[in-house]
Design a protein around this ligand. Sequence first.
Ligand code: XIL
Length: 318
Amino acid sequence: NETLRDAAARRGIFVGSAINYWDLQKDAAYARLAAAQYNLGTAENSCKFAATEGQPGSFNVSDCTSVLNFAHEHGMTFRAHNLIWGRSNPDWLVNGSYSPANLSTLEGTHIQHVVADVGKRPYCWDVVNEAIADDSDNSSTLFKAADPWYPAVEDYVYKAFAEAHAAAPSSIKLFYNDYGAEGTGAKASRVIQLVKNLQQKNIRIDGIGLQMHVSTGYYPSFDSVSANIKALGDLGLEVHITEMDVKCPTCNTTQGLEQQAAIYGGMLKACLDNDNCRSFETWGFTDKYTWLDQDTYPLPFDKNLQPKPAVAELLSIL
Ligand code: XIL
């Protein structure tokens, strides 16, 4: 049987998954399947702020680079995720009652150290995660509240990209990553506005990560995802599908599994439609380990690490 990674390599794209540091330590079959099927990996949590700066000014990227090393040992490309986000932050940062000026300094220091310590090996960094106002927000600002960064540090997104550019070798691509901006709409337009603002300020941004956390009950149309990827390409940006999962409460039935497979396939096809879409990644790969409720069966392999219909569908499209 052909693997996802061999099929993807033939098409010249990455097929990837989030990889969990702890599951990697304890579950050899999980590690084997990740290495066998994927040519790109992302640490699910180990490169985030709470994991890399557990105490102020004390940096430790060893869990992050451990997942990176696993990826490289198996010939996988590594996406580093993420530098600045309103979640997965350490208590000292969230509860510290820092002034805006102090927060701005903490932001810069974190980026400088983590980017330097992880080094030149990642393919890209998700510099900022989930900063933009949602479709449901009736927002006059591009950004939404993000603890502790916004609104305290008004320019925190621009600052993050400028700091990442200063700290990173030019080979590392700088990405903005978000959910809910996969298809065209208010949030996708705000992402495009952010890109234009960065470009106008001469601050480097190389790509957009579209998370793609969807469900059989709701997902953007494949055409609108394809059109959005194209619009981002017109601005010179690479696009990655970064965190796809498809919640499927009926995936204990054949019909549910086929519906889920079709959604995975349609999104892969929307990516392959566009030359600038270079990576198709799921947020985990087995229903044994998912950040979502286990009874939503969101991932392409089942709890016994066996391929679900989604895998055959992805292979048929690659
Ligand atoms: C999630 C992890 O999967 C969980 O283990 C953790 O508790 C919280 O973060 N969007 C993202 C990812 O960008 O980093 C999130 O990962 C899922 C939503």
